[in-house]
Ligand binder design. Structure first.
Ligand code: PDD
Length: 287
């Protein structure tokens, strides 16, 4: 069965799906995106992702290419056509196609692209069982990280650097020595006293949709929560650490820059939160 993509109103074979060479996404990274997990055929945290997409577009004064309702229908149709049970839907909106000029073009339609793919498990069983390693690196990104922009070169460089160091993710560190977030995930620790800590939302990080659901679930489970920055040293000395993203859900982090975190094994709070998120994602309510 061939993969199907959606481009500006048309469902096309993935291999033939194209945008123009003067699309502003291609020339200026002038666009935004979302990645939504699909579990048991249902979109996870769909409303949160659509809210954030609309916010990203608003922040950049890019028009909504279609209504929210149409986007919901296209996502479902793409899941159906690609026969996705567990996987992800990727959607991208750019300002559109126009002759190269830094200033916004007038009267162009935004470009809308959606793809879907299968993902057997969100974080391999080994990654969940043993945890993953992360390495720290300077955060060299622009200062509007709250916008889910397709300008991902810093993250691509960071992920490559992490992979070359044998690590799964890079944790980016601001000039003041605090961790902002992972290259494509939010960063969390659990202190010796059992408090869950993750950086507060600001322009310094992307406010993860998974992050927001985890905070809600944690509070419901009676886990104490603090939204504040932490350093690599604090994370290395913490009882537990983990990362969250639509593509990883909750993944234990057991090594940071070569140092074992806590026992060096995935921690109990991390595993409880992963279970709670899986239960939530599989429940009717999630979509
Ligand atoms: N990335 N921070 C950054 C920089 C991210 O790129 C992501 C997600 C997150 C987590 O956000 P969410 O929980 O809404 O997925 C945090 C996606 C998955 C990606 O680029 O593939």
């Amino acid at each position: 069965m061939s993969r199907i993509a959606y481009v500006n109103g048309r469902y096309l074979p993935h291999a033939e799906a194209r945008v123009h060479i003067e699309d502003r996404g291609f020339q200026f990274a002038d666009g935004v995106y979302e990645v939504v997990a699909v579990m048991a055929g249902r979109l996870v945290d769909e409303a949160g992702h659509l809210d954030r997409l609309e916010r990203s577009l608003r922040e950049l004064s890019i028009a909504e290419p279609v209504s929210r309702r149409v986007l919901q229908l296209v996502m479902r149709e793409l899941i159906r056509r690609n026969r996705i049970r567990d996987g992800i839907v990727y959607m991208q909106v750019t300002r559109g196609t126009a002759a190269r000029d830094f200033r916004f073009p007038k009267g162009v339609r935004p470009t809308l692209v959606l793809t879907a793919k299968r993902l057997a498990n969100f974080g391999t069983p080994e990654a969940v069982a043993s945890g993953v390693a992360v390495v720290s690196m300077p955060d060299i990104r622009w200062l509007r990280r709250d916008i889910k922009s397709v300008a991902l070169l810093a993250q691509a460089l960071g992920k490559q650097r992490a992979a070359e160091a044998g690590a799964y993710e890079g944790w980016q560190v601001a000039e003041d020595g605090t961790v902002t977030e992972g290259c494509s995930s939010n960063s969390w620790i659990v202190t010796g006293k059992g408090t869950l800590v993750t950086r507060e939302p600001s322009t310094m990080i992307l406010n993860g949709v998974t992050r927001l659901s985890l905070l809600r679930l944690a509070r419901g489970m009676g886990i104490p929560v603090e939204e504040r920055p932490f350093t690599i040293a604090e994370a290395q000395g913490a009882a537990e650490a983990f990362m969250s993203a639509a593509t990883a859900l909750v993944l234990p982090v057991t090594r940071i820059d070569g140092a074992a975190v806590g026992s060096g094994r995935p921690g109990p709070v991390t595993l409880r939160l992963r279970e709670a998120y899986l239960a939530y994602a599989n429940a009717e309510g999630a979509s």
